[in-house]
Design a protein around this ligand. Structure first.
Ligand code: FAD
Length: 387
């Protein structure tokens, strides 16, 4: 039977399944409300962007993989001009020497993902397009996952490699692998949790599919929790630096009222600050120039950026949309965790509104995955009692 209780202590992640389960019970209702607000429910993307790695076809055979886009006459609702399009420059006094030294680098150089911003972009209401079973699969999706793991992952951590690799020593490379595997596993949880019954057309939690894809694999389960620790730590860190509610309240509209909601303040004033005391995800040992090459961080960043570009090669629109959103969410987390404390780079950092939207929606994906895993765990115990 699967071991749901083992520890997930690693050099970077010092927490347990049960701690995160408890935390998630607190966070889940507030996060669910949050992602229903106008600030967080709209996402902008280019669905027609060419895949730059191979000749990929974008076609959806069924309505399940289609994306409902917002008609252009509704765009004013979400027009970037009406809201802060950037998260400000996270102000710090910068000496002219520092500026000169880094003048060759721009804030985009520090991004860990590509963000669509061209005239082909459309707006979508994420709530109208849930992440669930779409039927996308076979060699098409296998090739995309293979490209993500094989071509953009560090060689020694490739699960699809035919050769036996040396055990992975470098924690940064291991982190990269766990991040991708956790994304992959979380997608599998969502598609099992809302699996399509072809006879009724209804979506329902499918325990068998869940067990086959995730439940039987402790490493996959653990990588989802690992990603939860990483993303929540990034949100905690960002909230320490800027007041997230204050930033959002600069915009006009419903979210202004929402932020005076006491439940919501609980997340930013109580839950997140309390997490700062127990470090969920420790980045202090990463990219230490005494241990790893100083180029490793640039390599890591450009590899993760490639993963985000591979999302343009995903044949199913709905999967592509959530894939893009989550790679931006993880990319933003990595930027917060790896660059905010880097004296060379921190004054160059900028965050855009879309990064905040992606960050919180990615956190919501993981939070919903963990809730579903616990439900599947109960279903599994009941199934064992019945046989
Ligand atoms: P796959 O999930 O395709 O996995 C291929 C191989 O990778 C497996 O055989 C295994 O060796 C390895 N593997 C699997 N999981 C992990 C893991 N967590 N860690 C490490 N290795 C692993 N389908 C939907 O129905 N809805 C979606 O929203 C959706 N979104 C997607 C988004 C992206 C970016 C991609 C690439 C695919 C998406 N898919 C989605 C398709 C889905 O991920 C699967 O590819 C598909 O369901 C076929 O699954 P499979 O069991 O054949 O193996």
């Amino acid at each position: 039977s699967p071991d749901f209780c083992s520890q997930i202590i690693t050099p970077t992640c010092n927490t347990t399944f049960s701690y995160i389960d408890e935390l998630n019970k607190q966070v889940r209702p507030i996060l669910t409300k949050l992602i229903h607000t106008p600030f967080f429910k709209y996402f902008k993307l280019d669905l027609d962007k060419q895949c730059k790695f191979w000749n990929a076809q974008h076609f959806c055979a069924t309505e399940n993989c289609a994306v409902e886009i917002l008609p252009s006459y509704n765009w004013s609702e979400v027009d970037d001009d009406l809201r802060p399009s950037k998260l400000g420059e996270i102000n710090r006094a910068t000496s002219s020497v520092e500026s000169m030294e880094t003048s060759a680098q721009t804030c985009e150089d520090l991004d860990y993902c590509h963000i669509d911003d061209d005239h082909h972009c459309v707006y979508v209401n994420l709530l109208d397009n849930p992440e669930r079973f779409t039927g996308y699969g076979g060699s098409q999706s296998f090739d995309v996952w293979k490209a993500i793991y094989s071509e953009n992952c560090f060689p020694n951590t490739n699960p699809m490699s035919m050769t036996k690799d040396e055990p992975e020593q470098c924690i940064e490379k291991n982190l990269f692998y766990r991040l991708i595997s956790g994304l992959h596993a979380s997608i599998a949880v969502h598609l099992s949790n809302e699996y399509l019954d072809p006879n009724t057309g209804e979506f329902y939690p499918n325990l068998k599919i869940f067990m086959e894809r995730v439940g039987k694999f402790n490493d996959r389960l653990s990588n989802i929790y690992f990603n939860y620790a990483l993303v929540s730590q990034a949100i905690v860190k960002l909230n320490e630096l800027i007041s997230i509610p204050q930033f959002i309240n600069q915009g006009e509209g419903d979210e202004k009222q929402f932020f005076s909601d006491t439940n919501y303040n609980e997340l930013f004033d109580s839950v997140l600050p309390s997490l700062s005391e127990s470090i969920l995800f420790n980045t202090s040992t990463l990219f230490n120039p005494d241990i790893v090459s100083p180029d490793l961080k640039n390599e890591f960043r450009s590899r993760f950026k490639n993963v985000s570009a591979i999302m343009d090669c995903v044949g199913c629109d709905r999967c592509r949309m959530w894939g893009k959103l989550q790679t931006i969410g993880y990319g933003t987390s990595l930027k917060i965790l790896f660059e905010l404390e880097d004296p060379k780079n921190k004054h160059l950092l900028k965050f855009r509104r879309i990064e905040l939207v992606a960050l919180f929606n990615t956190f919501d994906r993981l939070s919903k995955s963990i809730e579903a895993i616990n439900r599947f765990k109960n279903m599994y115990s009941k199934h064992l009692d019945d046989v």
